[in-house]
Every structure is written in C-alpha cells, then in structure tokens.
Write a protein that binds this ligand. Structure first.
Ligand code: V55
Ligand code: FE
Length: 510
C-alpha cells in the first residue's frame, strides 16, 4: 500500500479481527462491523413521490474473525439495512440482529461459534445455544420484522427502531426447531406458509409444514419425511398446494459432522427433488415426491394451480453447483468439477416445472420460459401463488465483456415469461448487483408496473449505492441513486413494506 506510514503493515492485526485471506473477507467484501444511521441521504435524480415505505434487507457480516479459515460468507452475523423512502427523500439505518450468538460473542469480543451449521465445532460451552445468525431474509408479519436463518427460529424486530425483540415462535405454536428463510405470505389471505427441515435435529429427514392465518393463529401442521437429507432453502405455494424443494447439497453423515465436516456436501448422485402437499388439511401420507436430474436450484420465482389440476412452479435452474464452497465429500472446493462451468448451454435459465398430483411417472423435465442467466427471482407480490406474466431477475449481462464483480450480478432484468423476452439494465463493470424489491406504481397498477429498488456495491469507489429503477423503461437505468457514504457487503434477501402497513412511529427522530 501507500507510503503514508509503512509501519501499519508491519503491525499484526489483533486476532479477533484477523480475517482469513479469502475472497469472502477481502477488499469489497471486508467486514463492515458498524451500525449506521443517515438522515436524508445524498440522492441523485428524483425519487418518485408515490414511493412511501421501507425497504429492508439482510446482510451477513462476520463481526469476528471466524474460528475456521474456510468459513463461508453465509455464516456472517445478520445486519438489517433499512431504507425509509418518503416524499422523495431517503433515510437509512443499519443494525445487527441481537441474536443469542451476537450477544455471547460480543461479550467475549471474539468468535465462539464455529462452522456454518455445525454445533460440534463450537466452543463446548455454547453448543446448545441458538445458532441463528438471522442473516438470510427479513419479512414483515404481525407488525414486526422477522429476521430469518433456516437453522433456527425467527428473531422478531421492531420495524422502526430495528431493535431485536427476541426469538419468535408464533406464541408457542411453532413446534420445529428450524424455520425456512423463505416462507410465503399469500397476498390474498395474508396467511403465512412455512416449513422447517432437519426438524428433529441435524441430518434428520423430518420436515414440518405450517400454515398460519394473518393474525398468527396456526391452521395447519403436518410432519413428513424426505427421500434424503439436503438443503431445502426455498419452497413454493399455490392456492391449493405447497411445494418442498430438496437439493443435492446433501447433508453429510452425522459422524462426519461430529468430526467437524461442513454441514452440506454436493452429491452428484442425488436428484433435484420436489414434494407436493395439499396446503389445507394436509396429511403425511398426502405428500408426493417428484425428481429431476442432478442440478442446482436456488430460489422459486412463483407457483400457481393450473386449470388441469396440476401444480406449476417457475424457477431459475442451474447446471452446476453454485455453492462451490460445499464441494462433494473428499473434494477440494477450488477444484471440484461439479462447481465448474459445464459445457452445456445455457448454464442457467428460467424454467417451468409441472407436477401432476395423479402422475405415475415421478420424473419431471422442466420447460424453458426465459433464456437468461439470472437468480434471485422476484415477482410482483400481488401475483404470488397465482398465474402471472413477469419475473424480475438479477442476472449476468450476456453482452458485457467482463464477468460481474465478485461473481455476483451486473444487470437487472424484467422478463416476460409468456414470450421469453426481457428488458434489462446493465450496470457496467466493477459493480455487484443484488436482488430487487418491487413497489407497484400505485395500488391498482398493472402487474410489474412500478419501481425496483436494489443495492449496488461500487467496487470502483468502495462505496454503496441504492438504486431505483422504473420498470416502464428498464434500459434507461436508475431514475434515482441514493449514495451511501460507506461500503456495504453483498446482501441476501429483502422485503418492501408499504408505510400504511407499518406501525407509524418515527423511523429516525428528527
Ligand atoms: C442460502 C443462504 C443462506 C443459507 C442457506 O442463498 C442458503 C442461499 C445466507 O444464508 O444459510
Ligand atoms: Fe434465499
């Protein structure tokens, strides 16, 4: 580095902040470790006056150097970013979720918990404490934020102050120790559809499905078993059905876990697997399992009931292990063939799955809807669980000369699933784009007509922007750019909440 004072590089970092020499912790992904409040952010352009609400997102941020050098970014402490937009202005706030783990490690001033989802690598004194980092998704239910991690129960937070209220178990009604990071809220009934996997402990095939009404009253609980243990990161729901998604990121044998192995390992011999279960009056014997080949499934776009009685699920599908940091057992994560770009084209596309409840052939082959290499799908929330026409994706610009920075995304697309066309904004080089949130232009606006909000990490200036796009003209790029005076890290998922649904306290006190 520069010559200012050379001694800086000669002095060792204190051990609790001496992060591994890994791309998860270096340069634009160096831990942030701060909480923040910015009143009236610097804005370029014009924030449309109709936008009135708050965008929340989760950002994993290791407060402490991990105990293991091969730790993964999805094991970082959950920080919640909140952008309150009103009258063309934006206020920003970021706070860590006060998980049990956060509190214990803060008191110790160092990491105490070990590897991702491996309690056998923890300091023995915290082995039975709550593992959640609350770093994956933040949703709004019962007038509170729920910060989610799929290995634990949600943490409830105040949506205005971002103060953590504590673990949320639906007033004692939720009986699984795990809770997905991707529950669905039915926009028509306000019901919350959710599940937990490895629900009788590490590496168990037990899955618990729950349906709650909009007041949090439990309507359904059904326990089933999967054909094998694997990551069940997302799920899907229609009016009549729920879909479980079981991916070949298989759980390792329990004795390997106890020896300190990573929780998941890609298994080239396991098929991507789907289970359908009636959403109401669900009985364990009603679940029906379908399978495809060995392939990677990240997130669901949407699902709906067909007039033919079949269940339709749309999603990106990827023909390589995107979670390269969970390689097959015995393989080096930097060399595993399963994580290398395959010869086939496309490597990833947006597809439709069809599940016939009366089928006798349980093999399913998807149909391509849009030939676009994208992930983090978002549909207009008013169309979730119903037939729909558009999906937004964070994507790799097929025409860009450079790959997206840090292996993330460099473009945002609005895709028409009926004809496979898409319009997109390409943000250029040296940036990392993330999932979008959609805000309708007005309550009765046509599907997908409105605004997108997303976070852009500017690797060129090591700062972060929050951009607002108008879906009527994607290629034009942002109509407004909120320029934060600091750098954030790659985030995971987020939610938009309209102001009329929020409790209405002051977000930041003037
Ligand atoms: C994902 C993210 C996670 C996790 C499991 O994006 C899967 C997928 C941020 O944590 O724990
Ligand atoms: Fe996810």
């Amino acid at each position: 580095m520069g010559a200012a004072y050379r001694v800086a590089s000669e002095l060792a970092l204190q051990p609790e902040v001496d992060y591994p020499n890994s791309p998860f912790f270096l340069g634009p992904e160096a831990p942030c470790r701060f909480e923040a409040e910015v009143f009236n952010c610097v804005v370029r352009g014009e924030i449309p006056k109709q936008i009135d609400g708050t965008y929340y997102r989760c950002m994993p941020d290791h407060l402490w150097a991990p105990l293991y050098d091969d730790d993964v970014f999805i094991n970082g402490d959950g920080a919640i970013d909140a952008v309150r937009i009103k009258d063309g202005h934006a206020d920003f706030k970021q706070k860590f979720v006060r998980t049990e783990r956060f509190t214990i490690e803060r008191a110790a001033r160092r990491a105490v918990f070990g590897k991702y989802r491996n309690r056998y690598t923890d300091d023995i004194r915290v082995k039975h404490k709550i593992h959640s980092t609350a770093n994956t998704h933040v949703i709004y239910f019962e007038k509170q934020l729920l910060a989610l991690k799929e290995d634990s129960l949600p943490y409830a937070m105040n949506p205005d102050t971002l103060e953590t209220k504590g673990v949320y178990d639906f007033h004692g009604q939720y009986t699984s120790p795990t809770f997905t990071a991707h529950p669905k809220i039915d926009p028509h009934t306000g019901e919350l559809i959710t599940m937990g996997y490895e629900a009788k402990g590490d590496m168990t095939t037990d899955v618990a499905y729950f349906l709650f009404d909009k007041t949090g009253k439990k309507l359904e609980e059904c326990w089933i078993n999967t054909p094998y243990v694997g990551m069940m990161h997302d799920m899907a729901a229609t009016d009549k059905w729920i879909v479980f998604i079981l991916t070949p990121l298989a759980g390792v044998p329990l004795d390997l876990l106890k020896q300190g192995h990573k929780h998941f390992a890609w298994d080239e011999n396991k098929p991507l697997t789907f289970g359908i279960l009636p959403r109401r009056d669900a009985k364990p014997q009603d679940v029906k399992w379908f399978h495809y080949k060995n392939a990677f499934y990240g997130h669901s776009g949407n699902a709906f009931d067909g007039e033919d009685g079949c269940v339709y699920l749309d999603s990106p599908l990827t023909y390589m292990n995107k979670f390269w940091f969970f390689p097959p057992i015995g393989e080096d994560m930097h060399r595993a063939k399963s994580a290398q770009r395959p010869m086939r084209d496309p490597v990833s596309h947006y597809v439709r799955w069809k599940f016939d409840p009366n089928a006798t052939d349980l093999y399913v082959e998807p149909e391509e809807l849009v030939n676009v290499n994208g992930e983090m799908p978002k549909v207009d929330p008013r169309y979730e669980t119903k037939p729909y026409n558009f999906v937004f994706l964070a994507m790799t610009d097929p025409e860009a000369e450079e790959a997206p920075a840090g292996g993330i995304y460099n473009a945002i697309a609005k895709c028409n699933i009926n004809d496979g066309t898409y319009e997109y904004w390409s943000a250029g080089i040296n940036i990392a784009l993330h999932e979008v949130a959609f805000v309708p232009r007005f309550p009765e606006a046509p599907e997908a007509d409105g605004y997108l909000i997303s976070v852009v990490n500017r690797h060129d200036k090591l700062l972060t922007d929050i951009v607002i796009l108008d879906t009527a003209d994607m290629a034009k790029g942002p109509v407004a750019i909120i320029e934060l005076p600091f750098r954030l890290r790659n985030g995971i998922h987020g939610s938009w909440v309209d102001q009329e649904d929020l409790p209405g306290e002051d977000f930041v006190k003037p």
